[in-house]
Design a protein around this ligand. Structure first.
Ligand code: PLP
Length: 491
């Protein structure tokens, strides 16, 4: 038995993989990553793969980046972990100050001025899901301590994803994931997310993708904002906060919001004094071309959730930032019991914070945001030009270095693929055989190159992917199943 077989044996026997049908998993030898080199991962057989999904959306500067490696080993020579409960440590203090400075300073360029109060307070945790859970407690606790215990209902958007802990599940609802656990979740009210692709009549031009039609985008945006206001009116004085993935719903299938939607949501929430929680876990740290996505619409949320790219994709760390106004409602005399009784063992871990500081330095030094602009341009031009004639490509959605290619039975008229068809899975498997590591979401093939990826690597990635999509699956089974029938019911 060689080393890979030995590891595969124990993997199959003992490791429970996330989001993975385990019986089928055991039918194949797992791809066991052994090491990395820049933007490539190398398996135990020595095969190289381009990391086309940023190791689940978190890698920023590539792997084994000397500056981040050094920051971690330097920190390691001092201390790996103590705690923020009752004590403090330098890396978390430095990082909190740096995050505050960074989120309140818009990315240089043409962005509109930021509207809203500054974010001043940073609560550290260790995953995207924990960052959102803290955010929910921040707003609900804020109202409670301000004499408004009735303001306890969160408003989310259909098809959203905020993580897999019970609270995060309650606000981002995907029926297939959550059905057995519905009793455990709390009541949330959902507004319909704008979906340019499906909300409207299909496009009649077979060469065009629906989500690129400007007039259609405006119409869908206006309609979704009206619906949102209707939901706000319905929830009325019970509204605790609005939770949104800014610009792009990631795990829901790369559902891109039309221009002006985020700003419209922020305006409507603000006019009613409802805090806005931006879950920038996926869209933070350069993903969309700005540092934190919200700036692209001049929005400063009241609470901002960060994770994934925060350490450059090195270590589990997350941060929830809020305004002084919200933080202040948790301060008082002991007998008032306003303290936020919430924390995690590894809160403010020094290694993670040191990695995050080094990653932030690299954003400036390597001008990562300009690189994202270049990559976005290439994704747009190549995917549009080279997939346009394929009737099985229903839509191509791109924001910065987040891209979703939706496979369909037919684009015009729009007919979704049977979810059982697994065409996107097949595409990703073939891509992997040719040296590209990516993962699908339902019928959507996801591309998530690292923001720092060189153009040449992106081109190699696109060569593989486009060739695979072109050779794959013209035998698509037709289905009329709404692909987002997982959408949340309006409660
Ligand atoms: C991934 C993700 C999360 C959850 O992050 P974890 O670190 O996996 O808990 C939350 N919100 C969004 C928008 C995400 O993309």
């Amino acid at each position: 038995m060689d080393e890979t077989q030995r590891l595969a044996h124990f993997d199959h026997a003992h490791v429970w993989h996330p989001f993975t049908p385990m019986r089928q998993w055991r039918e194949h030898e797992p791809l066991i990553v052994d090491r990395a080199d820049g933007f490539e991962l190398i398996d135990t057989h020595g095969n190289r793969y381009i990391d086309g999904f940023s190791s689940l959306w978190c890698n920023v500067h590539g792997h084994r980046v000397p500056e981040i490696d050094r920051a971690i080993t330097d920190q390691l020579s001092r201390v790996a972990h103590s705690t923020l409960l009752g004590f403090s440590n330098a890396p978390s203090i430095e990082l909190a100050a740096r995050l505050v400075e960074t989120v309140n300073t818009p990315t240089e360029g043409a962005e509109p001025p930021l509207v809203g109060a500054r974010l001043e307070r940073v609560f550290f945790s260790d995953a995207g899901a924990t960052a959102t859970e803290v955010a929910f407690k921040m707003v609900v606790g804020h109202h409670y301590h301000s004499g408004h215990p009735e303001r306890d209902t969160l408003i989310g958007f259909s098809g959203a994803y905020h993580g897999d802990t019970i609270g995060a599940m309650s606000v981002g609802y995907v029926d297939a994931f959550h059905r057995p656990y519905r009793k455990l979740t709390f009541r949330t009210v959902w507004a319909p997310a704008p979906d340019v692709c499906r909300t409207d009549a299909p496009t009649n031009d077979p060469r065009e993708w629906p989500s690129w039609d400007q007039e259609r985008r405006v119409r869908v945006c206006d309609h979704a904002l009206k619906e949102f206001e209707r939901v706000l009116d319905e929830v009325g004085e019970h509204a605790a906060g609005v939770v949104i993935e800014p610009l792009m719903q990631g795990a829901g299938g790369m559902i891109e919001q039309p221009e002006g939607f985020l700003a419209g949501v922020a305006r409507a929430a603000r006019s009613r004094n409802i805090p806005l929680i931006a879950d920038a876990v996926a869209v933070g740290f350069g993903r969309t071309g700005a540092m934190f996505a919200c700036e692209l619409e001049g929005v400063r949320p009241d609470v901002l959730c960060l994770a994934k790219g925060i350490t450059g994709g090195y270590l589990p760390l997350a941060a929830t930032l809020c305004t002084n106004d919200i933080a202040a409602s948790f301060e008082g005399e002991h007998h008032e019991r306003r303290t936020l009784y919430h924390g995690h063992t590894y809160t403010g871990n020094q290694l993670g914070c040191a990695a995050a500081l080094a990653s932030l330095d690299l954003f400036k030094k390597n001008d990562i945001l300009s690189n994202v602009g270049v990559l976005q341009q290439r994704l747009r031009s190549r995917l549009r030009a080279e997939l346009a004639d394929l009737p099985t490509v229903g839509d191509v959605r791109i924001r910065g270095v987040m891209a979703g290619i939706e496979l369909v039975a037919s684009r015009s008229p729009w007919r979704s693929l049977d979810p059982e068809h697994r065409l996107a899975v097949q595409v990703c498997e073939l891509a992997r055989q040719r040296g590209l590591m990516i993962r699908p979401l339902g019928n959507v093939v996801i591309l998530m190159p690292a923001p720092a990826m060189p153009l040449e690597t992106l081109d190699r990635m696109l060569d593989i992917l486009i060739a695979v999509i072109r050779t794959c699956g013209t035998d698509a089974k037709v289905s009329t199943v709404h692909p987002r029938s997982m959408e949340a019911p309006l409660s």
